[in-house]
Design a protein around this ligand. Structure first.
Ligand code: EPU
Length: 342
């Protein structure tokens, strides 16, 4: 196969996934501008080549070597592209680091993304799983995104409706999975801003700091402090954030569940279904702080699986399956993994 010069052979992925799992890619390319993808689509053999789009590697479980081309998105740039009566429109390259981008918007005086501070990963990955934390999902600040069609190299625009956002979900995890490389995202940041402090953790953190009228930066600092306490820093302990989604059960299942476990945290959804706290279910099954081989369950937050050092992806998967079995047997609730398993 003849691929452009910027494609490298046999590249280690260990430092490119926050779980710090060992794996190699047969081919690898840093994609810093859309023209590179256009060049790739013209290469003979392109259509048959397996490919995978890699952002910050913070929502990824590598279970072995990848026998294809890993496209590492490094597209830079951040800019105010329009100012409307009620909003700032800010566009960022998909390769920008998410948290640095959030802090930059706050420095510019454009609030709105502060509740999503310190989430690992890149701007381009944010809409794929509709990242969310502390009362806000990225969908609420989203205007549109530009995506490169991996078959043709053409740029396609997706507005909010086209993205089909859901809880940790979008069209890019379903019908459009594997078909696009997101190259840039435009956010709509509100001029009439009010802090989102309805999450008890955030409200308590601000109260403890003596802040009654928080700025967006205060909220960002509070969220960052909570995350640093509850979630392991991937630079010190390999992990991919929450390993499971919080399960959403129908009203009848919920009634049976809550009759038996009246103290379980739960969050009613607009459609009558109820979201349960996976971390609570896992902790109640006795998994918090436990290890299986070199894979473990984080001591401060049972929803986070960690690499205690030298774990392989299969080991993490084995632990995940054991947890799923326990929760299914004990509570009759199915847990679904959040990271992409490759
Ligand atoms: N809980 C336990 N034991 C645990 C963990 C949690 O009993 O080990 C209980 C807590 O006491 C609380 C409830 O479960 O009553 C919910 O816990 P928490 O507020 O910590 O949030 P979460 O539901 O575990 C979700 C997101 C996080 C996000 C936080 C804050 C998912 C899968 N996870 O976690 O997102 O930061 O809310 O908004 O929705 C991620 O997706 O990677 C992630 C870290």
């Amino acid at each position: 196969m003849i691929l452009p010069d910027f494609v490298q052979r046999d590249v280690a992925l260990d430092r490119l996934n926050t779980f710090a799992l060992s794996a190699r890619a047969a081919w690898f390319a840093d994609v810093a501008e859309p023209a590179q993808l256009v060049a790739l689509t013209r290469a003979p053999g392109w259509r048959k080549l397996r490919r995978f789009v890699l952002g910050g590697g913070s929502n990824l479980l590598l279970t072995g070597d990848f026998d294809g081309l890993m496209l590492h998105v490094c597209i830079p740039g951040r800019k105010l592209i329009a100012e409307e009566a009620d909003a700032w429109m800010v566009r960022a390259g998909a390769g920008e680091n998410w948290h640095e981008f959030v802090r930059w918007t706050l420095e510019q005086g454009w609030p709105g993304l502060e509740n999503l501070s310190l989430i690992p990963g890149t701007v381009g990955a944010a809409p794929i799983q509709n990242i969310g934390a502390y009362g806000l999902e990225v969908a609420e600040r989203f205007q549109h995104l530009e995506a490169l069609d991996l078959a043709t190299g053409e740029t396609v625009l997706f507005d909010r409706a086209a993205c089909q956002f859901g809880y940790r979900d979008s069209v890019f995890k379903r019908a459009a999975a594997g078909q696009y490389l997101i190259s840039a995202v435009t956010f709509r940041l509100p001029k009439r801003w009010r802090p989102v402090t309805r999450y008890a953790d955030v409200a308590q953190e601000l109260t403890a700091l003596g802040i009654t009228h928080p700025t967006a930066t205060d909220v960002s600092d509070a969220v960052s402090a909570i995350r640093r306490r509850k979630l392991p820093d991937p630079a010190q302990l390999g992990n991919a954030g929450s390993f499971f989604k919080n399960p959403v059960v129908d009203a009848a299942t919920f009634r049976r569940f809550i009759a038996r476990y009246p103290d379980a945290p739960h969050y009613p959804q607009p459609d009558g279904a109820v979201k349960l706290a996976a971390g609570w279910l896992i902790e109640r099954c006795g998994w918090k702080g436990r290890n299986l081989g070199s894979a473990g369950v984080y001591e401060q937050q049972a929803l986070v699986l960690v690499n205690r050092g030298g774990a392989c992806g299969e080991e993490v998967l084995r632990l995940a399956r054991a947890i799923q079995d326990s929760v299914q047997t004990t509570f009759a609730v199915a847990l679904e993994p959040e990271p992409v398993v490759l």
